[in-house]
Design a protein around this ligand. Structure first.
Ligand code: SF4
Length: 199
C-alpha cells in the first residue's frame, strides 16, 4: 500500500524558517558574553591565604582535641564542670569526652592513680590515636599529692605515661584546666610534623 507524504510546511518554507532563526541568532551574537565569574579573580586575590603544612595541621589538631574518659578520683568533678555549660570546653572543639581511647587524642588525668589502676590507664594511653597528648591535672596527677607516701598510689602519672602539661591544684579550678589546655595548644603549634621536634 502506498503511503502519501503530507507536510504542513513545504521544504522551501522549512528552509526559509531555519534561515531566519540562524540569521536572528547571528545578529544577536556579535558580542562576547561576559564571564559570569569574572568577579572571582578579584575575590581570590583577596581571600587566598598561604601557610605551611605544619601550621595548618597543628591548627586542625588544636581545634579538635578529643579527651578520653579517665577519671579515677575527685579532680574529675572539676573536669566535668569544665565540660559543662558555664566553662564549656566545646569552645575549643572538644565538647565530647570519648568513651573509647581509639577516638581520643588527649588524656586528662583527673584523679589519684593507684598501682592497681595503672595498667588500665597505660593500656588506654597505648590504644589512643597518634599523635596524642596528656595533661596531668591536680596534685595527685602530678606527684601523687596527699597520698604520695602510700604504697598503693602512683607518685605521678609521668611514671607510666609521658605528660605534656601539668596543672597544679587540689583540685585545680576549671579556669586552671582551661589555661593548661591553652598551654598545650601553644606547645602543639610549635611542633614540626616532619622532624618531630620544634619547628
Ligand atoms: S589533687 Fe586533690 S582533688 Fe585532685 S584527685 Fe587529688 S586529692 Fe582529689
Amino acid at each position: 500500500m502506498e503511503v502519501s507524504r503530507q507536510h504542513i510546511y513545504s521544504d522551501a518554507e522549512l528552509d526559509s524558517h531555519e534561515g531566519q532563526v540562524i540569521a536572528e541568532l547571528k545578529a544577536n551574537s556579535q558580542c562576547i558574553i561576559p564571564d559570569p565569574d569574572e568577579w572571582l579573580d578579584e575575590e581570590l586575590r583577596r581571600n587566598v591565604l598561604l601557610t605551611t603544612v605544619d601550621a595548618f595541621l597543628n591548627w586542625a589538631r588544636t581545634s579538635s582535641m578529643w579527651p578520653v574518659i579517665s577519671f579515677p578520683a575527685c579532680c574529675a568533678f572539676e573536669l566535668i564542670s569544665t565540660a559543662a555549660s558555664r566553662f564549656d570546653i566545646s569552645r575549643f572543639g572538644m565538647e565530647i569526652l570519648r568513651a573509647s581511647p581509639k577516638q581520643a587524642d588527649l588524656m586528662i588525668t583527673a584523679g589519684t592513680l593507684t598501682w592497681k589502676m595503672a595498667p588500665q590507664i597505660k593500656r588506654l594511653y597505648n590504644q589512643m590515636a597518634e599523635p596524642k597528648w596528656v595533661i596531668a591535672m591536680g596534685a595527685c596527677g602530678i606527684s601523687g599529692g596527699l597520698f604520695r607516701g602510700s604504697y598503693a598510689v602512683v607518685p605521678g602519672y609521668n611514671h607510666i605515661i609521658p605528660v605534656d602539661v601539668y596543672v597544679p591544684g587540689c583540685p585545680p579550678r576549671p579556669e586552671a584546666l582551661l589555661y593548661g589546655i591553652q598551654m598545650l595548644h601553644k606547645k602543639i603549634k610549635k611542633q614540626s610534623n616532619f622532624t618531630g621536634g620544634e619547628r
